[in-house]
Write a new protein. Structure first.
Length: 185
C-alpha cells in the first residue's frame, strides 16, 4: 500500500516553476543564437508535465521568432521481466518524420540513462542535432551512456515522485518533487 506520508518533499512547486523558466530561457537563447528551430520530443507518461511546462515557457519567449516548432510524444518503457531492466521498448516513434530536425529530447529523470540512450539509438542517424533536457538527474555512482545538456535539479538517492514521476502510478500528480524515504517502496 502506498502511503504519501512517506514522501519527503525536496523541491517545492515554486522552485520547480522558477527552474523551468530558467531552463526555457537558457534553451531558447541557445537556439536563438544559432538561428535554428527545434522540436520537443518526450516519452510519455513521466515527462509530459515537464515537457508541457517547458513548451508554455517557450511560447512566452517567442515574441519575434518562433524557434519551438512543436511537441512530439512517444511511448518508451523498460521491458518487464528483463534481466537488468535495460531493455527499452519504444512505440509511436517514426524516425523518418524527424529527419533533418533539431530535437530537444525532454525527460523527467535520468538515472542510468538507458531510456534516453535507446531513443537516441533510434533517431540519431536521421536528425540534424539533439540536445537533452532533464528535470532530475540522479547523481549516483552509476556511469551514464549520455550526459544531459540541461538539468533542472540533482537528487542523490531515493525514489523520486511528483511532477509526472511515479512509483507504480502513485505520486505522479503531486505538484512538488519528493523522494520516498527508504524502506517505504
Amino acid at each position: 500500500m502506498f502511503d504519501e506520508s512517506n514522501i519527503k518533499p525536496v523541491f517545492s512547486e515554486a522552485e520547480i516553476e522558477r527552474r523551468i523558466t530558467e531552463l526555457a530561457k537558457e534553451i531558447y537563447d541557445y537556439y536563438e543564437e544559432k538561428g535554428e528551430a527545434f522540436w520537443i520530443l518526450y516519452p510519455e507518461k513521466g515527462a509530459k508535465v515537464f515537457a508541457e511546462k517547458l513548451r508554455q515557457q517557450f511560447i512566452t519567449l517567442e515574441v519575434e521568432s518562433k524557434r519551438c516548432q512543436g511537441i512530439i510524444s512517444i511511448r518508451a518503457s523498460r521491458t518487464k521481466g528483463a534481466a537488468f531492466l535495460n531493455e527499452v521498448t519504444i512505440e509511436e516513434l517514426s524516425p523518418q518524420s524527424l529527419a533533418g530536425k533539431n530535437i530537444l529530447l525532454v525527460e523527467d529523470i535520468i538515472d542510468q540513462g538507458v531510456t534516453i540512450d535507446a531513443i537516441l539509438a533510434q533517431i540519431g542517424g536521421v536528425i540534424n542535432s539533439c540536445r537533452i533536457c532533464v528535470l532530475i538527474e540522479k547523481v549516483e555512482d552509476t556511469e551514464k551512456p549520455v550526459k544531459p545538456d540541461y538539468v533542472g535539479f540533482e537528487v542523490a538517492e531515493g525514489w523520486v515522485v511528483g511532477m509526472g514521476m511515479d512509483l507504480n502510478e502513485h505520486g505522479r500528480k503531486l505538484p512538488f518533487i519528493g523522494v520516498i524515504e527508504s524502506g517505504s517502496c
